[in-house]
Design a protein around this ligand. Structure first.
Ligand SMILES: Nc1ncnc2c1ncn2[C@@H]1O[C@H](COP(=O)(O)OP(=O)(O)OP(=O)(O)O)[C@@H](O)[C@H]1O
Length: 205
């Protein structure tokens, strides 16, 4: 399995932000996207995951093979930690939540309503959802926000286990994940050029 992105141009608010993106990630590999705030990493990840349409270019894999985690944790506050994971397991048609609980050390919190968790605990629950999906392609936007050092290491181990199981991961992050084996791609050089204005009056619209 390989994720191939070819000549992708992605837009935000109808304006191209990144263009000519080519990348490939094979099973067992992680690719970390870097670039300054606002360059378009979120937009790129959302487009690859099929949450918005590409302006141009192609993504090789079926989106049903992908699991996406964004800036929001996507958890249901009144449900307990275990109930949240069980809900996702039923959505994705997978079985046990035990591996997800263990990976992110959520066992002691399993019976707690998710709304009462700390920010870092909520983030761990949000990340545990990725394990529950059973999907091979993880597309993750700033996954370690709110995590302490131990939890970042926990996350790195989760990614390693995912890769060892034949999965692949595409991540955007500003921090060092401790995943020295991951390749890094700077998306800065792919910043889209402003559209040519060939109409003097139109330039004021
Ligand atoms: N709803 C919107 N409408 C128009 N433009 C937007 C919208 N949301 C974001 N943008 C712009 O699109 C560009 C790309 O944003 P994006 O969130 O993809 O960047 P990013 O690289 O992920 O940034 P960060 O590192 O801060 O998370 C930014 O310049 C941003 O201001």
């Amino acid at each position: 399995m390989e994720l191939q992105v070819s000549d992708l141009t992605v837009t935000r608010g109808g304006i191209a932000v990144l263009e000519g993106i080519n990348l490939a990630v094979s099973a067992g590999e992680a690719l970390v996207l870097r670039g300054p705030n606002g360059i378009g990493k979120t937009t790129l990840l959302r487009t690859i995951a099929g949450l918005q349409l590409a302006h141009a270019g192609t993504v090789s894999l079926d989106r049903e093979q992908m699991a996406y985690s964004g800036h929001a944790d996507g958890i249901k506050a009144p449900l307990t930690v275990a109930e949240n994971l069980t809900f996702w397991a039923s959505v994705f048609g997978t079985g046990s939540i035990d591996a997800a609980l263990a990976t992110f050390q959520l066992g002691p919190l399993a019976a707690r309503p998710a709304g009462g968790l700390s920010a870092g605990q909520k983030r761990r629950l949000g990340l545990a959802r990725m394990v529950v999906t059973g999907r091979p392609v993880w597309v993750m936007d700033e996954p370690t926000v709110s995590l302490d050092t131990d939890a970042v290491a926990m996350f790195a181990e989760a990614v390693r286990a995912h890769l060892a199981g034949g999965g692949l991961a595409l991540l955007a992050t500003h921090i060092d994940l401790g995943l020295s084996e991951a390749r890094v791609m700077d998306v800065g050089p792919f910043k889209a050029k402003p559209p040519k204005i060939d109409d003097f009056d139109g330039a004021f619209l």
